[in-house]
Design a protein around this ligand. Structure first.
Ligand code: SAH
Length: 257
């Protein structure tokens, strides 16, 4: 890699980080849906150990902390996101049981059978749903739970535009029944699945980005990378508003057998 391409890559990384650091969530979701998913999990006590993988700046990590009494470790690849989470943790006086750690979901630092619950909202696509649920299973105690939100097709057929888009972005997107079958195969009892409502995308994910896009275009005038990145984000929002009956995020909750 030449120095020049390296610096472009670094800029992209910093740009993406800066962009997503400006919003509370880095993926579709909501406090209500995190709490709803938690409602299916019945093994938690004061001594439970919970991992929130791909936690981003920790929107859902704080919700988990507010609604459980165990220890929570948020893991994310981006140090900036972890810094934001740890600052919020300290502002909320949660340091004794919540901690953000920099790490990668394909090489986690947990011991075998250490965890009571694995949480992962809008992030497992980074290594793929099937691989993630398989590889992470060993960290769970017997009877432990996994709760993951994942991009999913709602229908068996769909317009070509949206089919093509997702098959380029994340070819592992599939129907609920396929994902549930993958859970059985990986050694989990599928406890529940539910679709995240539109407000998780529109109000909590796309809307907060509008203001950030405007300020980025102002701040980085005549910067092609920024312009392309902003256009990409806007296109994603436009596709969602046109084709939202065909796809969305689904929460999958499973129990280790
Ligand atoms: N759970 C958060 C963030 C979802 S966005 C929310 O719902 O708001 C996906 C997150 O996965 C990003 O924060 C990104 O930094 C993180 N990520 C990407 N690759 C990763 C990896 N290999 N290991 C850990 N985290 C990763």
């Amino acid at each position: 890699m030449t120095e020049e391409t390296k610096s472009i890559h670094e800029f992209d990384y910093n740009l993406i980080c800066e962009y997503y650091s400006c919003i509370e969530r880095q993926g579709p979701g909501s406090v209500d849906m995190t709490v709803k998913a938690l409602g299916f999990i019945d093994n938690l006590t004061d001594s439970s150990v919970i991992a929130d993988i791909g936690c981003g700046t920790g929107g859902q990590t704080i919700t988990l902390a507010d609604n459980t009494s165990g220890t929570i470790m948020g893991v994310d690849l981006f140090p900036n996101f972890i810094n934001i989470l740890n600052t919020n943790v300290s502002d909320l006086n949660l340091e004794d049981r919540v901690k953000g750690i920099v790490g990668s979901m394909d090489d986690l630092m947990f011991r075998d059978k250490e965890l009571d619950l694995i949480w992962c909202e809008g992030a497992i696509y980074n290594i793929g749903f099937e691989r993630g649920i398989k590889e992470w299973r060993k960290y769970l105690k017997q009877g432990g739970f996994i709760a993951v939100s994942e991009a999913t097709w709602f229908t068996k057929e769909r317009p070509e535009v949206i089919d093509k888009f997702w098959n380029t972005e994340y070819p592992e997107i599939d129907t609920i029944s396929v994902k549930v079958e993958q859970m059985y195969k990986a050694g989990y009892i599928p406890i529940a699945t539910f679709v995240l409502p539109e407000n998780c995308w529109i109000d909590n994910y796309f809307e907060p980005q509008v203001q950030v896009q405007e300020s980025f275009l102002e701040k980085y005038q005549d910067n092609k990378t920024v312009e392309e990145f902003m256009a990409n984000q806007r296109y994603e929002a436009e596709l969602y508003s046109k084709y939202k009956e065909y796809y969305g995020y689904v929460f999958y909750i499973g129990k280790k057998i």
